[in-house]
Design a protein around this ligand. Sequence first.
Ligand code: S3P
Length: 165
Amino acid sequence: MKNIILIGMPGCGKTTIGIELSKRLGLSFFDCDAEIIRAQGKPVSQIFEEYGEQYFRHLESETIQKLPTNDYVISTGGGAVEKSENIDALRKNGTVVFINRPVDRISEDIDTSNRPLLKNDASKLAALYERRINLYKSACHIEIENIGTFDDILQKIINEVKING
Ligand code: S3P
């Protein structure tokens, strides 16, 4: 089966949804941030602190260029769409699904202290969403609004991928 690639804001549910989706579809799961953490042997926040965002973006692009080709659900970091070469690679690699969760819901859900770009300041989320929303919308093949129950979202993705994937 073609890969299913999840994009969207930090805290929109990509990893949680991706893990469960992969189980339901009998696919493997790959998390781009987890791969960077594994390869570097340190958390993303530490990579940002020690080497800066540009270096993290370089690692992120390298990871995206080397993604597995089939039979995976892939969760990307929220900033993966910031580079057009990443978007091209993701679209070639599978069906790109934008998990669109309203910012106020994300703020209720997440702890911003370990998210380098939010730095304990949830108000930064809204600015980031505004800056990225058009990128997410143009990068995706399918957009799913994440406002229902967990089960609803999974079912919506499975149905849409069957029709449009
Ligand atoms: C980032 C999102 C993070 C992580 C890094 C940068 C971003 O991933 O890749 O902190 O630019 O939005 P999540 O979207 O999984 O939180």
